[in-house]
Design a protein around this ligand. Structure first.
Ligand SMILES: *[C@@H]1O[C@H](CO)[C@@H](O)[C@H](O)[C@H]1NC(C)=O
Ligand SMILES: *[C@@H]1O[C@H](CO)[C@@H](O)[C@H](O)[C@H]1NC(C)=O
Length: 378
């Protein structure tokens, strides 16, 4: 009897437990959804339902209705005083360029002419990029308002002359690939701040650069006049010059006079000319030269003055007509007079039989691998 009762009790308890639990869980769930307890985050399958994309009209009205707001030429982009108008097929310098602009990029357009007032308001401009247009004429007063201009890029146009009245603040002028035939003495008058000058790939004639044309450029460090038809190294170059690139011209002779006073010159490029003579004393005039390129010329002997030169380290002489190399051509008789060893000498493609060159010729060369002797081809 007691055991039946007990078993009945257990049975009812056993049956009762699941039901009670179900009820308890139901209550909990009800409680959660009622808002008292913190709700776990709901992740919707499509977030745009909860975060709809802002509608265009909600921000658009702000710009056009602000009358004193920043202006920007149609189709250009203006941001942080930089005005970007490249590759737009423009035929003129656009109007309404913000007056406080510092950089104006007009490259790759179809501008044919720079008019008197094109840059009239741009008194704070630092950089003007006009590369790859069709400019033939620049008004003589066009650049006068640009009182802070430092960089002027005019390459790849059809200019016949270097522009007049460039700002005296200019530090960098790039005007290669134009149709300039002449650089007159007065062209760069007073341009005391120029550091970089790139004038290559212009049809500069035989006497295309007047003596002293660069003499006002007291701070100039880099001049490049490559791929023109000049037959001489320009005279009266400033002593500040550290790199002079004159490759691809028709220079026939290195005159000592042309290099006089270039005490800072470190690199001299004269590859691809018609040089058959390097005058005695030329190298002595450039005592700090480190690199000299004379490859692809018409030299028949090693240039004089190399053994006495203290700093020259790299000399290209390949593709010339050098038929003999002596043991005293590169190095001084005694070791210690040369302050820097050679790190590169190229002599291949010369008629000298390389097996006739004595190894002792290169006694002041840093490493054997620094010498490119090779075979004379053709
Ligand atoms: C360059 O100038 C010459 C005259 O000096 C002219 O005949 C030639 O057409 C010009 N080149 C271009 C591309 O305008
Ligand atoms: C070049 O100068 C050296 C001395 O530095 C001299 O011995 C030589 O004769 C000169 N050569 C010419 C062609 O003047």
């Amino acid at each position: 009897m007691r055991s039946v009762c007990l078993s009945l009790l257990l049975v009812s308890a056993c049956w009762a437990l699941p039901f009670q639990q179900t009820g308890f869980l139901d209550f909990m769930m009800e409680d959660e959804s009622s808002g008292d307890a913190p709700t776990p985050p709901v992740i919707p399958k499509d977030p745009s339902v909860f975060f709809p994309k802002p509608q265009e009209p909600s921000i658009a009205p702000f710009e056009p209705v602000r009358p004193e707001g920043p202006v920007c030429p149609f189709r250009c982009q203006c941001h942080l005083r930089v005005v970007q108008c490249s590759d737009l097929g423009l035929k003129n310098v656009p109007e309404a360029i913000p007056a406080d602009s510092t950089l104006l990029d007009l490259q790759n357009n179809k501008i044919t002419e720079i008019r008197e007032n094109d840059f009239k308001t741009l008194k704070g401009l630092h950089t003007l990029i006009l590369v790859n247009n069709k400019i033939t004429i620049i008004h003589a007063k066009a650049f006068m308002p640009l009182g802070k201009l430092q960089r002027l890029y005019l390459s790849k146009n059809v200019l016949k002359d270097i522009p007049a009245n460039m700002p005296k603040t200019l530090q960098e002028l790039r005007i290669h690939e134009n149709n300039i035939t002449k650089i007159k003495k007065a062209t760069f008058q007073g341009m005391v701040n120029v550091i970089v000058m790139e004038l290559g790939s212009n049809p500069l004639t035989t006497t295309g650069v007047d003596a002293g044309a660069f003499s006002d450029l007291k701070k100039v460090s880099y001049i490049r006049i490559s791929d023109t038809a000049i037959t001489d190294i320009p005279k009266g170059l400033p002593s500040s010059l550290s790199e002079l690139h004159l490759d691809g011209n028709k220079i026939t002779k290195v005159q000592a006079e042309s290099l006089k006073g270039l005490k800072n010159l470190a690199k001299l490029g004269l590859s691809y000319n018609d040089i058959s003579v390097v005058e005695n004393g030329s190298l002595a005039n450039v005592p700090h030269l480190r690199e000299l390129h004379l490859d692809n010329n018409a030299l028949t002997v090693i240039p004089p003055g190399l053994p006495e030169h203290k700093y020259i380290q790299v000399i290209y002489l390949h593709s010339n007509k050098i038929a003999a190399i002596g043991t005293e051509d590169f190095c001084p008789p005694s070791y210690n007079t040369k302050k820097a060893m050679y790190s590169g000498i190229s002599l291949f493609s010369n008629p000298v039989p390389y097996w006739e060159v004595q190894p002792i010729t290169f006694r002041c060369v840093f490493d054997r691998s620094a010498i490119q002797l090779g075979n004379y081809r053709k």
